[in-house]
Structure formats: structure tokens, C-alpha cells
Design a protein around this ligand. Structure first.
Ligand code: NZQ
Ligand code: ZN
Length: 385
């Protein structure tokens, strides 16, 4: 196991009817900006719950943060933060609203001219406005980590960054919020969290016995609850296990002391930037090809995953590893998620070359051994057409 330092300062408030606990989490003298997305919270009652809990707080609002939070919209929110002397941010939404809020937390105290540079230079801010979250969509784990991803339509870019100051102070996780989420977004959430675990697990054996079993247990739990979550999101037991699995999948715990891959995400982000495909769906497109292309490097962990998560007991290491890729793709299909780029766009010719070009310009080498060059990414994306 590798050496590690681990600190996660986010307070989690989990369970039924916990949004009312907001009252005790926001400092009494704060000037709060509540941030939200396209309006789902106004239809499902979450907006009213937040407003009721914070009736006595000095709070203004900024709505309209789109999925894959758009830089230009966030810059409008930044103006409000500065003009109104906001001291505390409250994200009420899924990964997009939370990521947008994290970016604003850093941008509010950024001393450079153009906050986009923080993303371009992959800066790691060590100061930010404090913020809390009310999670409305389990998927990204953003509610308990310090990472964020922001998109920019005019340049068709989608870039990530993070830093120690960008953990939420608290996050409220009421699993009842999933009852209003459309099936397509529930399937996305399961797929995203599942892939987060894979990115931190599907590398090479590194002696992290406990980390492996943490990872496998999250995967098993997601597989177990997925059908119920999609068919009946009012089932509280399934909803609560789904929500907690998504948070645990990317709060840093399972990645301590072991190598991480993240190449699937880096390629997937480009597919969202170029075509607007939902984040989770881009991962389902890249995953099978990535594992086939890197079969030799990953086959021991693929075989372990086949045995422990999918109960594949017959055959050689190679047989099991191959079965693991097939089982994973079948799981995505079972969720109604297509796994080929051509299922999402007819315009896919040239995509692999464009992604390789971008990775070359950025000087990126990917994967757990940093051995995946832009030309490898090109081949993987082509295999996913
Ligand atoms: O905007 P509204 O109207 O609220 O609707 C949203 C949105 O259309 C809707 N929704 C959310 N909660 C709902 C609901 N609809 C009904 N009932 C509810 N309770 O769902 C739609 C999608 O929301 P979004 O926040 O975009 O989804 P998600 O949580 O999947 O976030 C995706 C973003 O997170 C980034 C992705 O790249 C993408 O930009 N990621 C962030 C990560 C992180 N910070 O650690 C890691 C991830 O890998 C990911 O990259
Ligand atoms: Zn993801």
C-alpha cells in the first residue's frame, strides 16, 4: 500500500426530513446566496423546504445553473456575489449546481483577472467562500469531495480542478429527494457512481486489500439496488443505499494508498464538451473500449472484479477478465444506457483525432501508470464509435 494523508472535513447530515436541519448549519450573521439549477426544486418541494428552514436568514437566490455548469452563467452569479457582499454559498442541486458553487467559492476570492485560468492551469485553491449543499441527485460524490468540473460552450471545453478549500462545510443528504428524479437521470447516477469506483479500482494489484473490498462492496450495493431505484424511487431502503453508495464512491476514502486511473473520465469529458452527451453516458461509451484496449495491464483486477462482484468462477484469468467487461457493459444496457458513441451522434467521424489533438496540446498522459498517450486515447475512442 502507498503512503497517504487523508482528511475529509465535510459534515454529512443523512436521512429523512433532514433539510430542516439547515437552520443550525448556516452561521447566523451570514449573507447567503442560494444557488440552484433549471427549476426541478420548485416542482418537487425542495425549494420550499429550504426557504422554510432558512426563513430568518439573510438570503438571496441565483437559479438557472445548467447541467454541465456553464462558465458564462457562473460569471453572472459571481457578479451577484460581489455586488451583494455574499459571505456564504448554499448549493441546492446535483453535481452541476454543487460544482458550479465550488467554482464560485474559489472565484470569489481569486486574485487573478479571469477565473477560467484557474481551470486552464489546474490551480488548487487553498481559500474559498464557505459553502454547504443540499444534494438533490445522487451521482457525482461532489457533495463530499473537493473536485469540480466546469464547461464553456464558446470553446467547447470541459475542465476539472480541485483543492483543499473546496470541500463543502456540510452536505444534507435526504434520500427522499430521488422520488422526483426522471428514470434517465437515476440510471445516469448509478452509472456515474459505478464508474467512479471502477476508476479507482481497475488498475493493478497494489496490496490495498481493504480498499479493494470497500470498492467491491460499493459496486455490489449499486448492482443490488439499481433495479429498484430505477423502477421505484419511493423505496426508501433502495434510495438510501443508492445515495450513500454514490457519496462513498467519490469521497476520497477508497482511493487512499492505491493507484487511480481516471482516463475514462478524461475522455468522457471531451465527449460531453463536443456533443453535450450526459456525463454518465460518456463513461458508459468509453469504459468497455478502455478495458479492452488496456486488457493486459488490467486483467488481474478485471478477473478479481469478475469473481467478487459478478460471481464469475469458471475459466482462466483472461476468460474472467473478458467476462468482467461483458458484464459491465450488460449492466449499463440493463439500465437503458447505450455504450457506443454512434448511439448518441451521427457526427462522430474525426472525434478520436480531435480528442488526441487536445490531449497533445495539454501535454496529457493518462492512466494509473501515466502510460496512456494521446495516440492511445485516439484508438480507444475509435473503438467506442
Ligand atoms: O437543473 P434542474 O432543473 O435542477 O434539473 C436537474 C438536471 O436537469 C435534474 N435534477 C436534479 N435533481 C433532481 C432533478 N430532477 C428532478 N428531481 C430532482 N431531485 O437532473 C439533471 C441533471 O443534474 P446534474 O446536476 O447535471 O447531474 P449530475 O449530478 O449527474 O452532475 C453532472 C455534473 O457533475 C460533474 C459532471 O461532469 C457534470 O458536469 N461531475 C462532478 C464530479 C465531482 N465534482 O466530483 C465528478 C463526476 O465524475 C462528474 O464529472
Ligand atoms: Zn463521473
Amino acid at each position: 500500500m502507498n503512503n497517504f494523508e487523508y482528511k475529509n472535513p465535510t459534515k454529512i447530515i443523512f436521512g429523512k426530513n433532514t433539510i430542516e436541519k439547515l437552520t443550525s448549519e448556516i452561521p447566523a450573521d451570514a449573507k447567503v446566496l442560494m444557488l440552484y439549477g433549471g427549476g426541478s426544486i420548485k416542482k418537487n418541494g425542495i425549494y420550499d423546504q429550504v426557504k422554510t428552514a432558512l426563513a430568518k436568514v439573510d438570503m438571496i437566490e441565483f437559479g438557472g445553473i445548467p447541467a454541465n455548469p456553464e462558465y458564462n452563467v457562473l460569471m453572472e452569479a459571481l457578479k451577484v456575489i460581489k455586488e451583494e457582499n455574499v459571505t456564504y454559498l448554499l448549493a441546492v442541486g446535483g453535481g452541476s449546481v454543487i460544482d458550479g458553487t465550488k467554482f464560485l467559492s474559489a472565484a470569489a476570492l481569486y486574485e487573478g483577472e479571469e477565473p477560467w485560468k484557474m481551470l486552464k492551469n489546474k490551480e488548487r485553491p487553498n481559500k474559498g467562500l464557505p459553502f454547504g449543499t443540499v444534494l438533490t441527485l445522487p451521482a457525482t460524490g461532489s457533495e463530499m469531495n473537493s473536485g469540480l468540473v466546469v464547461s464553456r460552450e464558446e470553446t467547447k471545453e470541459k475542465l476539472s480542478m480541485g483543492g483543499p478549500a473546496l470541500f463543502p462545510t456540510f452536505s444534507i443528504l435526504d434520500p427522499q429527494v430521488i422520488t422526483s428524479i426522471p428514470k434517465r437521470q437515476l440510471a445516469n447516477g448509478i452509472t456515474d457512481a459505478f464508474t467512479h469506483v471502477l476508476e479507482q479500482y481497475m488498475t493493478y494489484p497494489a496490496g490495498g486489500l481493504l480498499q479493494d473490498r470497500f470498492a467491491e462492496s460499493i459496486l455490489q450495493t449499486l448492482v443490488e439496488v439499481a433495479p429498484t431505484v430505477v423502477e421505484d424511487p419511493t423505496n426508501y431502503e433502495a434510495a438510501s443505499n443508492f445515495m450513500w453508495s454514490c457519496t462513498m464512491a467519490l469521497n476520497g476514502l477508497i482511493q487512499q494508498g492505491v493507484p487511480g486511473d481516471w482516463a475514462i473520465h478524461m475522455m468522457g469529458h471531451e465527449l460531453t464538451a463536443l456533443f453535450g452527451i450526459d456525463h454518465a453516458r460518456t463513461l458508459a461509451v468509453v469504459t468497455p473500449s478502455h478495458y479492452k484496449y488496456n486488457f493486459e495491464a488490467k486483467k488481474e483486477k478485471l478477473a478479481q472484479y469478475a469473481e467478487r462482484v459478478w460471481n464469475v468462477t469458471e475459466g482462466s484469468i483472461d476468460d474472467k477478465a473478458y467476462a468482467a467487461i461483458e458484464k459491465t457493459e450488460a449492466f449499463f444496457h440493463q439500465l437503458g444506457i447505450d455504450t457506443k458513441l454512434s448511439d448518441y451522434t451521427k457526427d462522430y467521424e474525426g472525434t478520436a483525432e480531435e480528442i488526441a489533438k487536445r490531449f497533445t496540446e495539454r501535454g496529457w498522459k493518462l492512466g494509473e501508470r501515466q502510460a496512456l498517450l494521446p495516440e492511445d486515447a485516439e484508438k480507444i475512442v475509435k473503438m467506442a464509435y
